[in-house]
Design a protein. Structure first.
Length: 120
């Protein structure tokens, strides 16, 4: 909170002439700082399909999500067994970019791999 002292002339403000104090009033103007809130987070998910090779999925996780080979393999197996797997949690812009990069990379390699994002 920022406090700013102010002084106003009663005659300029149309104040009542019965007030004491020589025609001037003093006060404090309070200016509240806007509160910032944390941005919403989004989960980036890979969806299983019957055509994309497991090695390609591991490569995607390593390349676009900076996963180690061990982490990428674990996530890939989760996607394979459960149908969907979490790649990471990001702000909207980053999640959107990662989804587009993965989808473009899969398409260029002629795989139907699907990557989506959803609000956490």
């Amino acid at each position: 909170m920022i406090i700013i002292p102010i002084t106003a002339n009663d005659e300029d403000e149309g104040a009542n002439s019965d007030d004491e104090g020589g025609g001037f009033q003093t006060g404090i103007a309070v200016k509240a700082k806007p509160k910032t809130k944390k941005p919403a987070l989004y989960k980036v998910l890979l969806l299983n399909d019957d055509y994309t090779p497991m090695e390609f999925v591991v490569q995607v996780l390593e390349q676009f999500f900076n996963k180690t080979q061990e982490e990428a393999t674990r996530i890939m197996l989760h996607v394979h067994r459960r149908g969907v797997g979490l790649c990471g949690v990001f702000t909207f812009e980053i999640a959107e970019t990662k989804v587009m990069l993965v989808m473009d990379y899969a398409k260029r390699n002629q795989y139907p791999l699907q990557c989506i994002m959803e609000k956490e």
